[in-house]
Write a protein that binds this ligand. Structure first.
Ligand SMILES: *Cc1c(COP(=O)(O)O)cnc(C)c1O
Length: 394
């Protein structure tokens, strides 16, 4: 076999405004180039405690069971669903976006019976529909997506949803992958039993260690399971040995990813979680003002607008993939096209974490305007730029 000749790694320097990964803060990149210690080193045990405390702060929770799960957001998602859902449980999942579908598939593989509550893609769940679904199906577990990255919709009325579930003695699992650290999220106050997130969205950290938190009540269900979870790697009963008081080996922690997450969360606490939510609203608000003034339309109505993921309707006569390819080639700028029911209909423009800053927002508005004009769309780029700069100046 021939020896492969591979050059030095020189990735392009992209501006990342897609659905994730977002741009990584330079301090996080620096933390990742510090020396490794063993995953049971006393200094690493301190780091684990610090990461857990910082995660509780970001989630707004006192849950003891708050850990980074090894793997991307789908790993913390599968840890949540695969441990909480037991064979024979009925699981209520939403149909109003791509990630509700993933929830359903994971719950099915965990042995759950799936029932659904619907809303069109681009709309949130209506609490009345959730109430009706509870009365009809009596689910044991209810999953919903707080920030639907596929549609740019923020689920409002979370406490109403969790009240319905708790009135029926059910457990609530919330997908907070695109909300943690970007938009208002209050795990304890809102009565969320289990919340999972990712590192590469609003925390602006590389993917690899993903936040998960469970209430004592949820953890009691997990620890009382008759049958072990189907995944050994994500078995929270076993992971308790490592992240709990015992600190015994289960699997090697992704040390560098834990360093990165620690630094990313330190940035969250320095900024202050509420100030961070506000910054996302302001930066994404300027982006939204720009695209609207240019003549484009947002997909989600104002009340459900998700600042961390802006879904913008593709204008008449424009091919979405030509625009994204042009932005990548001409501007080193990444945004995404639609998924599922919204394929071909929207652009998905992230405004997450370190990417949510004035330079990137202005750059996006001018680059997108140029790309659309090149495609023959009738957009007023100057009006967009002035609206953005006005909003940024406010
Ligand atoms: C990105 C995302 C996920 C999955 O996370 P990965 O890191 O891609 O595994 C799950 N849910 C939502 C809402 C997401 O945006």
């Amino acid at each position: 076999m021939e020896k492969p000749t591979v050059g030095e790694l020189t990735p392009p320097n992209r501006t990342l405004l897609g659905p994730g990964p977002s741009e990584v803060h330079p301090r996080v990149l620096r933390a990742m180039s510090t020396p490794l210690v063993g995953h049971l080193d006393p200094t690493f045990v301190d780091i684990m405690d610090e990461v857990q405390a910082l995660l509780r702060y970001a989630f707004r929770t006192n849950n003891e069971w708050t850990i980074p799960v090894s793997g991307t957001g789908s790993a913390s998602m599968e840890a949540a669903i695969g441990n909480v859902v037991e064979p024979g449980d009925t699981v209520l999942v939403p149909t109003n976006g791509y990630f509700g579908g993933r929830m359903a598939e994971m719950a099915r593989r965990a042995g759950g019976t799936i029932v659904r509550v619907g809303a069109p893609w681009g709309e949130p769940l209506d609490p009345a529909d959730v109430q009706a679904a509870f009365e009809e199906h009596r689910p044991d577990v209810f999953g919903f997506v707080h920030a639907e990255t596929s549609t740019g919709v923020l689920q409002p009325n979370v406490p109403e949803l969790t009240d319905i579930a708790h009135d029926h003695d059910a457990y609530v699992i919330a997908d907070c992958v695109t909300s943690l650290g970007g938009v208002e999220l209050r795990v304890d106050e809102w009565g969320i039993d289990v919340a999972y997130a990712g590192a590469q969205k609003c925390l602006s950290c590389p993917p690899g260690a993903s936040p998960l938190t469970l209430s004592d009540r949820a953890m009691e269900k997990v620890l009382a399971r008759e049958e072990s979870p189907r995944s050994w790697y994500l078995d929270l009963g076993l992971l308790e040995g490592y992240w709990g008081d015992e600190r015994s080996y289960h699997h090697t922690a992704p040390v560098t990813n834990v360093y990165a997450l620690r630094e990313a969360l330190r940035l969250v606490s320095e900024e202050g979680i509420e100030a961070r939510w506000e910054r996302h609203r302001r930066m994404a608000g300027a982006l939204k003002a720009g695209v609207e003034a240019m003549g484009l339309r947002m997909n989600a109505p104002e009340e459900y607008w998700l600042p961390s993921l802006n879904a913008v309707r593709v204008p008449e006569g424009v091919t979405d993939t030509d625009v994204t390819a042009y932005l990548l080639e001409q501007y080193d700028l990444e945004i995404a096209t639609g998924l599922g029911d919204l394929d071909g209909e929207i652009f998905r423009i992230g405004c997450m974490g370190y990417s949510a800053r004035p330079e990137t927002v202005s750059y996006l508005v001018s680059a997108l305007g140029d790309a659309l004009q090149k495609q023959g769309a009738d957009v007023d780029v100057n009006a967009g730029l002035s609206a953005t700069s006005r909003a940024l100046g406010e």
